[in-house]
Ligand binder design. Sequence first.
Ligand code: GCW
Length: 678
Amino acid sequence: MTAGDATGSQTPLKDEDGSQLWLRYASPGRAAKSYRRIVRQIHVDGSSATSGIIRDELHAAIASMLGRAVLRNQNGFQAGALLVGTPTHSAWVRDLNWMGDLRAVGDEGYLIRSSTIANHRVTVIAANTETGALYGTFHFLRLMQTGQPIGRLDIAERPSLQVRLMNHWDNLNGTIERGYAGRSLWQWNELPEKLNARYTDYARACASVGINGAVINNVNADVRVLSPEYLRKAAALADLWRPFGVRMYLSANFAAPVRLGGLSTADPLDRKVADWWKAKADEIYGLIPDFGGFLVKANSEGQPGPKTYGRTHAQGANVLADALAPHKGMVMWRAFVYDEDVDPDRAKRAYLEFTRLDGQFRPNVAVQVKNGPIDFQPREPFHPLFGAMKQTPVIAEIQATQEYLGQAKHLVYLGTMWKEFLDSDTCAEGRGSTVAKVLAGQVHPSRITGMVSVTNPGLDANWCGHHFSQSNWYAFGRLAWNPELSAAEIAGEWTRMTFTNDEKAVAAIRDMMMSSRETFVDYTMPLGLHHLIGGDHYAPMPWNDRAPRADWTATYYHQASADGIGFDRTRSGNGAVEQYRPPVCELFDDIERCPEKYLLWFHRCGWDYRMKSGRTLWEELCAKYFAGAQQAAEMRDRWQSLHRIIDARRHGEVAKRLAIQVADSAAWRDRILEYFGR
Ligand code: GCW
């Protein structure tokens, strides 16, 4: 098999297993010639582990991309030097006198500039910290991987959000809750002595997109993770990840003082409980000096929490926050709560519980809120808590593991979905108060800013099960760094790095990715429908009316009957729209103006309700389901046409999954329409 790359040359394509993710460092094609002139020597100042990583990455990457090694550090520069350093460790960087500009990019940012040193044209990656220099290095390599010009660079970057974390739902027995790519990466039985090579590959991949930490265990937390035995294991990972700027965080079980500590209560106002958490925090910091903090799922889906003791979520969060504060650690307290006694509508509960606690949290607590008010559905309106908490930092939780979006079987790029969320206007302080701005602390000043992703890697060779699921890990990192990036831009760069720089193929793959989420919505839950599933959240189960809780059924949400379908959350219904600020509230409330993509989320409509297309609601539903399944088939055909451009192994593996997607999208269409048809 051969492929024409951008240079027009025919090179045999080696099979790839996807294990190198977007860090394959393939030839950049046509651009290689100018790169060879611009980068002839690598000069990384510094002697830390991080500068070693930078040096190794640059040498390996550039040799791989340009097909020849470049010179190592030498005293002095020749034309074509690439200098990487911080003012602390590099006299060259100091002498450039970029202090003002460096200050502006903060601890994690960087400058990349084409410049002149000793009369030689050089490229400089400068940062205040070595982690910043590492991020700048990956940025520079991304430019090369994607064939961008690198001769006249003047780049200044700093992350918009401080906390950019992977959230793993990994259990201590090696399984992963909602994991679709094999077992957990963490080999608990081998840690801390034996360190798997994948641990560093993982941190490197995270760092390459600016992810700066990981919560490594499930929010349905096993208390044992806080035992001395497991803390030592976590510390070994933390040591490996530190030079990559990836900090360790843990999910804490709120009942740990009882279940691990042997106390009779976990009441957050009990002195002994507070002391227990303090001692635990001290112990953790003794092992992991830069430990990031705790993530807590409390009083949700059977997890223990402060409400068990008649205390509020704020009181619960604060006892942990006080224990971590002396060490500069933080608490991420999840707002994924839906106790039935709060309101009959699950969508309203978290807002009701948390808005009344605004102002009661310690400064080192952030409330972690899922993008939508229910649970990672293929489409939800943004969660009304965004923009509603004026005095409490709110960070966003999104889900890269495609629990409700075809898992690792369907090709669904989530960049577009997350952009829809980030670009949503909360109108919290007038128009333009987008979720992205709320998260970045630009709407209400915020002490903590961040976005986390329930994430997808496992032990599968290609990390994420589906080759395209890697794009969701990638897109999360890129958007957490800069929520203003476009989904298309991210899809394009990922495609170039992961598959090819062939222009036609890039355009085809990017198009597939860009429409994939809407396609998925169309053949599963269009027009604001949600939760039409049961069991493992993969297949259609609109008839599902039996579960331990009403709000785990499908019928609770779609409420289909002979006279209509949809959940009336309007003012004249259950009033859920009022959790949104005006004019968003009025927009969702008004059936004429409510975006049709949210129609049945907010409105109950007759089957013959007239849609903007002129069709009845029923006809429109049919059209959506048919179009979705049709688009899945087109995606398969489009991918087929790329078989000479993508290596046979990855092409074949994706093709197999697309075949499943085509069959299952047709099943979605048929089962749903058959059910609602009745
Ligand atoms: O989406 C639901 C999942 C649960 C998960 C829960 C949560 C970890 O189905 O598996 O539990 O959300 O976010 O806590």
